[in-house]
Design a protein around this ligand. Structure first.
Ligand code: NAD
Ligand code: UDP
Length: 346
């Protein structure tokens, strides 16, 4: 018997991150689709620590069990391996609908699937919200503004999207997601929140994510050429992941139901960004090279966050310098535990 007990103890985690105790009136059951991904897993951590019951639904297309494994076995936590393109029957008070690939190489890999996830998947989640009376937050994107003709971008701007270009599966998928949200709100009285998320970065991005932050940091850490696509004059504004999570929580809690930009308005050209990263990696010997431009690459992007400040009393707190330092430390660790095989990372 003693042997059996010792065997079990070895397998049941002895300690989880500490969670608050919430009474049954305050404790909510919260569904997070895409909760094993980069943003979703950080959101799950905060919701769990606040003391809520959290259900993660993920098909692990770009997410990883490792991002949430520290909660496995906790009585407030449940993981469902499920593709949201198929209907889902669970009970929830709130839904954070984040499931969708976010990195251009990932969402372009299977454009039809990206469209299905953002259309059929969103219909399934809105239908679930209607059935159980849950409030639902849709993770939309700055990509709904396309290659914008208005700068910085306020929520009132309708965008400039090529409907048949390589990014359309994602951009138009998210635009339909928003349309679906407001159709369900009007017709079925579902309580919706829409976050237009701008470029976000931080720990738990995948080393092969393919977005600019992970590419540049991985290249700088290995003294490889930093690959700027096009002339590098295109701009982006980068938000640290904890700031984004705070914004999503504030939006869900608010009574404001129209789309809200969540992002950091500090804007840099991609060329400048390459140099910033190179300078933050001690002893980096990488050179910065420009190359072929990417088709339909948005040329300028910066959120106007006046609305988020007014309605959510939210603005980002983490500086680019601090956020990048934390992200570089994370990628250093990832690099030390990553196996490279046939140019693939595992
Ligand atoms: P991510 O790729 O790390 O996470 C997405 C998660 O969704 C993954 O765990 C993936 O496995 C899961 N998923 C994808 N398709 C699914 C499906 N059909 N069924 C179930 N699960 C599925 O991306 P992220 O950066 O964490 O982005 C999260 C959300 O935020 C996405 O909706 C994305 O469009 C949005 N967003 C992110 C950014 C950003 O910069 N990170 C910017 C704008 C919008
Ligand atoms: N980019 C780059 N080199 C890379 C990856 C991306 O120059 O290795 C550029 C890309 O062309 C775009 C910007 O960085 O102009 C941001 O790209 P990302 O894929 O991170 O996100 P996007 O904002 O385009 O969705």
């Amino acid at each position: 018997l003693e042997k059996k007990i010792a065997f079990l103890e070895g397998r049941i985690p002895q300690k989880y991150p500490e969670v608050q105790y919430l009474g049954y009136k305050e404790r909510k059951r919260i569904l997070v689709t895409g909760g094993a991904g980069f943003v979703g897993s950080h959101l799950v951590d905060v919701l769990m620590i606040q003391g809520h019951e959290v259900i993660v639904v993920d098909n692990f297309f770009t997410g990883r069990k490792r991002n949430i494994e520290h909660w496995f076995g906790h009585r407030n936590f449940e993981l469902i391996h499920h593709d949201i393109v198929n209907p889902l029957f669970v009970e929830a008070d709130e839904i954070y609908h984040l499931a969708s690939p976010a990195s251009p190489p990932h969402y372009m890999q299977n454009p039809v699937k990206t469209i299905k996830t953002n259309t059929l998947g969103t219909i399934n989640m809105l239908g679930l919200a209607r059935r159980v009376g849950a409030k639902i937050l849709i993770a939309s994107t700055s990509e709904v503004y396309g290659d914008p003709m208005v700068h910085p971008q306020p929520e009132s701007y309708w965008g400039h999207v090529n409907p048949i270009g390589p990014r359309a599966c994602y951009d138009e998928g998210k635009r339909v997601s928003e349309t679906l949200a407001y159709s369900y709100a009007k017709q079925e009285k579902v309580s919706v929140r829409v976050a237009r998320i701008f470029n976000t970065y931080g720990p738990r991005m995948h080393v092969s994510d393919g977005r600019v932050v992970s590419n540049f940091i991985m290249q700088a850490l290995q003294n490889l050429t930093i690959t700027v696509y096009g002339n590098g004059k295109q701009t982006r504004s980068f938000c640290y992941v904890s700031d984004l999570v705070d914004g999503l929580l504030a939006l869900m809690a608010s009574s404001y139901s129209l789309p809200v930009n969540i992002g950091n308005p500090v804007e840099h050209t991609i060329e400048e960004f390459a140099v910033i990263i190179k300078n933050l990696v001690p002893g980096c010997r990488s050179t910065v090279a420009t190359g072929a431009a990417v088709e339909d690459d948005p040329q300028r992007r910066r959120p106007d966050i006046t609305l988020a400040k007014k309605e959510l009393h939210w603005s980002p707190k983490v500086s680019l310098q601090d956020g990048l330092q934390r992200t570089i430390d994370y990628f250093k660790e990832e690099l030390s535990r990553t196996t490279f095989y046939n140019n693939q990372t595992y």
